[in-house]
Design a protein around this ligand. Structure first.
Ligand code: URA
Length: 433
């Protein structure tokens, strides 16, 4: 087999066989296919796309390109959750303890943020002492003991994705749907769970800007899981405004605690409960209604908050901030953001809002950037809210004046004031099962 022939076949719209796909992934990971040929192949896929069968074979070849987790020493059905990434998306930190408090084991591997989207690992590391570098045995032991563990991504998992993603990033081929689906699902499948709840974000702060695009991606990922013999469903959720009020690592952790205390923003609470109910339905193998009753009970009686505290302690974190959130924000300065007009908040350019947080130091521009856990934004107004000129829209938590000024400029460009009332967007747009 020759790579040049596979590039040509795909360029002309042909369908690759399982054999051909296994060859190209295997040889690429072994370093026998150069980057320039893989880049050409990715561009051919970008224009010609892949069939469902090709995408499945690509996912499987990537899944088995490195280590595959064996979670058989954890009893019960293991359910994983994945979000395609957004601004203020802190759902894992809230729903993982809810699900664990319901008796469903959560063995989670999470990533760091890049660009305008945040990562769960960065958020958890805003907690003093919290350790995310658990080895496999520690991770499994903690899940067996307390029902929950969250660790940073394992370097041995899906090496094909690491190499291919780096090429996609610099060849303008990230956005192709079969490449996204295989990238996400290969990592999910290699992490060893039995079932998946996927949160596909849609809107100005997401990869998928439109509902039809998001639906296509969601359906493809659910089909890949089904062909792999695993249960999955995908929620399509709104990312035309940040989720919750806070963007920035420590601020988001504080909001997670408020939410687990039952005092969080409505949108964030609703989405976490909806995703948790589906995870418990799958993990406990009970009906949706039973899962709902169990989730609401463990959330309202604060079992989930207590499970969160147990989880933080188990991973070395200091839990004092749960009662005293200000401990996470030491020495940071606060600047109010004022409305420039009367009206209703309309469009929010959510990616730009994520960039404003990044400019303050909450996110990474490059993999090497160092993040400041205490900086970020708290939004007091979002799409649909009425505002008066000079009313407070939110707060910037910052350290350097220059960065705060730049972030403020971005924020002012990122929102529109409408003269007519605006409806708040629907949060859950659809569920693909
Ligand atoms: N997230 C991933 O892991 N891969 C993609 O290709 C896009 C989002």
């Amino acid at each position: 087999m020759r790579m040049v022939d596979l590039i040509q076949k795909k360029r002309e719209g042909g369908e690759l066989s399982q054999n051909e796909i296994e060859y190209l992934i295997g040889e690429f990971v072994r370093g026998h296919i150069p980057d320039y040929q893989m880049a050409a192949f990715l561009m051919a896929v970008y224009f010609q796309h892949m069939t469902e069968a090709e995408t499945f074979f690509l996912t499987r070849a990537m899944e088995y390109s490195g280590q595959v987790m064996d979670l058989s020493t954890i009893k019960g059905i293991k359910v994983d959750k994945h979000s395609t990434g957004g601004v203020g998306d802190k759902t894992t930190v809230i729903l993982a303890p809810i699900v664990a408090a319901c008796g469903v084991k959560v063995a989670k591997l999470s990533g760091r943020g890049l660009g305008h989207t945040g990562g769960t690992i960065d958020k958890l590391e805003a907690i003093p002492g919290f350790c995310t570098s658990l080895d496999f045995d520690q991770w499994v032991k903690q899940v067996n003991e307390i029902g929950i563990a969250v660790a940073g991504g394992n370097e041995q998992l899906v090496p094909a994705d690491k190499k291919i993603y780096a090429l996609r990033d610099v060849t303008a081929t990230v956005e192709e749907v079969s490449l996204i689906a295989s990238s996400i699902m290969s990592k999910k499948l290699a992490s060893g769970a039995d079932a998946f709840v996927l949160d596909v974000k849609v809107g100005s702060g997401a990869f998928m800007k439109t509902l039809p695009e998001a639906r296509t991606l969601a359906a493809l990922m659910v089909k890949i899981a089904a062909r792999s013999g695993k249960k999955a469903c995908a929620f399509l959720t709104n990312m035309d405004m940040p989720l919750g009020k806070s963007v920035g690592n420590a601020l988001e952790i504080i909001e997670c605690v408020e939410t687990l205390k039952g005092e969080g923003p409505r949108d964030l609470t609703d989405i976490c409960l909806s995703l948790a109910i589906k995870m418990v339905e799958y993990g406990a193998a009970i009906s949706e209604q039973e899962a709902k009753n169990r989730v609401l009970e463990r959330f309202e009686n604060l079992d989930a908050l207590n499970k969160f505290a147990e989880f933080v302690r188990a991973q070395g974190g200091d839990t004092a901030f749960i009662e005293e959130p200000g401990l996470l924000l030491a020495d940071v300065k606060v600047l109010p953001w004022f409305a420039r007009a009367d009206g209703w908040i309309g469009r929010m350019e959510t990616e730009e809002i994520g960039k404003a947080a990044m400019v303050l130091g909450a996110g990474r521009e490059t993999k090497e950037s160092v993040i400041d856990p205490a900086v970020g934004l708290v939004l007091e107004k979002k799409t649909g809210d009425a505002v008066k000129r000079n009313e407070i829209l939110g707060y910037l938590y910052y350290r350097e004046e220059k960065r705060a000024e730049e972030a403020l400029e971005i924020l002012n460009r990122a929102i529109d004031y409408d003269t007519e009332p605006v409806e708040a967007p629907r949060l859950i747009l659809d569920i693909v099962a």
